[in-house]
Design a binder for this molecule. Structure first.
Ligand SMILES: Nc1ncnc2c1ncn2[C@@H]1O[C@H](COP(=O)(O)OP(=O)(O)O)[C@@H](O)[C@H]1O
Ligand SMILES: [Mg+2]
Length: 359
């Protein structure tokens, strides 16, 4: 039997472009080569698509955009010829060939990758793809929509409010309400973002306006949450109709909170697998994660993040991530490894789930 051809997408027009390069490098190093024929498709931060034929370490170092390794490609939404259109020739677009693809693995984080947009294009093309579909991707990307759905399902979350740029004109009034209902510290975040981009821990009223202004540079909608004093823990969910949760892991940020720099440049963030929490909290987290996964309509995979409150009053779901970090030190693959599914087998399982959903 010939090998299945997998297209790994990396980069993307997103504030999390750099994170994707690290995740995708790890994925490319771990895909079982005896089973899959892998092609690499890079999307620049500006949104240009290329077939990349160079080595993986140039992706990791963010120097993959060297001309000699790049030829333009496009994903055709046309179902009579599903695949990647590959353009060659002196002017770049003289010849076009169709590369058949059995499955796409979008290793893209944040906007234009994790939010249902690329998933929509892949649905049109009819090509199976790894991870959640259009609706779950877009709902999970938006923290306001996620909170609304999880609240309606009775899944515990932080108290929250939403805000738009026009609300800056009546901030005094809103601050009075929020400080009464949510208290300080509050967390101000763009509704649609990730990797802690634009997130501020607000400790008093003077910090509120700059925090909202920062969030509005990323998205036109912001969410304000009560600050939870808790242990940060995460579990990894995998599956379609019958999703399973892996072990629970714990993150100990060395900074004030788990910020962008703490996530990707500060190597001193400690991870503990399993998390140092009670058996009861662990089971509650695994069950709640699967329940949230179903309520949100997820398929393929999602990492679901929680807080275990330090006052002993239980757990709070922080957020789902439909394309979690996939670097060698990332929680999602590490949790599955701990739970008995090594990284290459996890990737194989994700591809099989994509094919199964398509059938
Ligand atoms: N309500 C909250 N209470 C306490 N800490 C929070 C809260 N919301 C976010 N944080 C901290 O900020 C980090 C980033 O926020 P998060 O909601 O996970 O956004 P992102 O999608 O950018 O990862 C979290 O990992 C956590 O450390
Ligand atoms: Mg997060």
């Amino acid at each position: 039997m010939s090998k299945l051809r997998i297209a790994v997408l990396f980069g993307g027009a997103s504030t999390e472009y750099e994170v994707s390069l690290l995740s995708a490098s790890s994925v490319l190093r771990n895909i079982p080569e005896d089973q899959y024929d892998v092609i690499k498709i890079g999307i620049t931060k500006e949104g240009a698509w290329y077939l990349y034929s160079g080595p993986i370490h140039l992706i990791e170092q963010n120097t993959w955009q060297t001309n000699r390794y790049l030829t333009p490609v496009a994903l055709s939404p046309d179902r009579k010829s599903p695949g990647i259109l590959h353009f060659t020739g002196r002017e770049g677009y003289e010849h076009c060939e169709l590369l058949n693809i059995d499955c796409v693995f979008p290793v893209l984080h944040g906007k234009n990758g994790e939010d249902g947009t690329i998933q929509g294009l892949l649905e049109l093309s009819g090509i199976p793809y790894v991870g959640c579909g259009v609706q779950a991707s877009s709902v999970c990307m938006d923290k306001v929509l996620t909170h609304t759905i999880l609240d309606s399902a009775g899944i515990p979350g932080a108290k929250w409010r939403k805000a738009f740029p026009s609300d800056l004109d009546r901030l005094d009034e809103l601050e009075a309400e929020w400080s009464r209902e949510l208290g300080y510290p509050m967390f101000v975040k763009p509704a649609n973002a990730g990797s802690s981009v634009g997130v501020t821990k607000v400790k008093d009223s003077s910090q509120l306006r700059p925090a909202l202004e920062l969030a509005f540079t990323v998205d036109q909608k912001a969410i304000i949450e009560e600050g939870i004093d808790g242990i940060e823990v995460e579990t990894a969910v995998l599956g379609n109709e019958n999703p399973q949760a892996a072990a629970v892991g714990e993150i100990v940020p060395t900074q004030e909170f788990y910020s962008y720099t703490a996530k990707y440049s500060d190597e001193s963030t400690d991870l503990y697998i399993p998390a140092r929490i009670s058996q009861e909290d662990t089971e509650n987290i695994r069950e709640t994660a699967v329940r949230a996964y179903r309520v949100l309509g997820c398929s393929g995979m999602a990492r679901v993040d929680f807080f275990v409150k330090r006052d002993g009053s239980g757990i709070v779901l922080n957020e789902p991530n439909t394309i979690p970090g996939f670097t060698s030190i990332s929680m999602y693959p590490k949790l599955w490894e701990y739970s008995g599914l090594p990284y290459p087998q996890l990737l194989d399982r994700l591809i099989q789930l994509a094919l199964e959903r398509k059938r």
